[in-house]
Ligand binder design. Structure first.
Ligand SMILES: [Zn+2]
Length: 295
């Protein structure tokens, strides 16, 4: 009998310790979460979700096609580790018509891009992730994304969409200046190559960086006062802008980490503030009957 009591006590003790065992840390990765953990993650993130947007395109002769994806996801995860939120899986549907002449480019049609992004936002919102931050890794997306954000005002939405806009401090700019060895750039350049040397050095073929020209070829320089979709191809037909023969992981680390710190600040703010949502709702209300808007 005494043995039985001892065994019962022992079982109770283990049950209690099992129940009080601290819960394991929630993953930031949307696709790594179980469904029950996803519910907890939505709560813990206060509905904030990062949507890193990359692309599949040539990055000079020396960087991988997915460079922009690696960059924005590294920034996103570094920030999410500082300020918990959910990070959406790899997304590479973006505007890249200008690189269709280069091998490996995946250029979906404009209407599909729009629908993919719109429905991704709506699905995130339906799942409780109502504060969506786009972390864009691809320069060719910028105009599309600004127009997409503005177009969200066209009809009422039950989520807010925010486009992360990093803005390096004077201190970081000075450090970048000190490390940077080239003055021009824009694509697969010293900065991007440095980022990749920090993020995935195994994928960087620095020895090939000088095998193609990344110089502006100015092929439309004699046509004044214009914007045309072929401008990028006119300037950089090799889909390479800059000179990446020099780069350093140190510079890449600096860029990634300074962006991540600013992104973490934005995440933190959105978790505690409903200001955008409130303004949006006020706007939708007034838009439904503009004659009642105070004049
Ligand atoms: Zn890039």
């Amino acid at each position: 009998m005494r043995n039985l009591i001892a065994i019962c006590l022992l079982i109770c003790f283990f049950n209690v310790t099992a129940q009080t065992k601290p819960e394991s840390k929630l993953s930031c990765s949307y696709d790594e979460l179980t469904a029950p953990d996803f519910v907890k993650a939505v709560k813990q993130s206060s509905g904030v979700c990062l949507l890193p947007l990359g692309i599949l395109e040539k990055h000079g002769p020396h960087l991988p096609l997915g460079t922009d994806i690696f960059e924005c996801r590294k920034i996103a995860f570094t920030a999410a580790e500082q300020e918990y939120c959910v990070v959406f899986p790899t997304y590479y549907a973006g505007q890249i018509n200008e690189a269709k002449h280069q091998p490996g480019t995946i250029a979906y049609s404009p209407d599909l891009l729009w629908k993919m992004l719109q429905e991704t936002c709506e699905e995130l919102s339906r799942n409780g992730l109502k504060k969506i931050i786009i972390v864009n890794g691809h320069g060719g997306n910028n105009d599309f994304l600004r127009y997409f954000c503005m177009s969200q005002l066209n009809s009422p939405k039950d989520y807010v969409l925010v486009f992360f806009q990093p803005n390096e401090s004077q201190d970081v700019l000075k450090k970048i200046e000190a490390l940077r060895q080239t003055k021009t750039g824009g694509h697969a350049d010293e900065m991007e190559t440095s980022m990749m040397r920090f993020i995935r050095p195994d994928l960087v073929k620095s020895e090939l960086a000088g095998t193609q020209s990344g110089e502006n070829q100015k092929r439309l320089a004699d046509v004044p006062f214009q914007y045309t979709g072929i401008w990028w191809y006119a300037q950089y037909p090799n889909h390479y802008a800059g000179d990446a023969t020099k780069s350093s992981a140190e510079l890449g680390k600096l860029i990634v980490e300074s962006d991540a710190v600013q992104l973490a600040q934005l995440i933190k703010k959105l978790k505690s503030s409903n200001k955008i949502e409130e303004l949006q709702n006020q706007f939708y209300k007034e838009s439904s009957n503009p004659l009642n808007t105070k004049q």
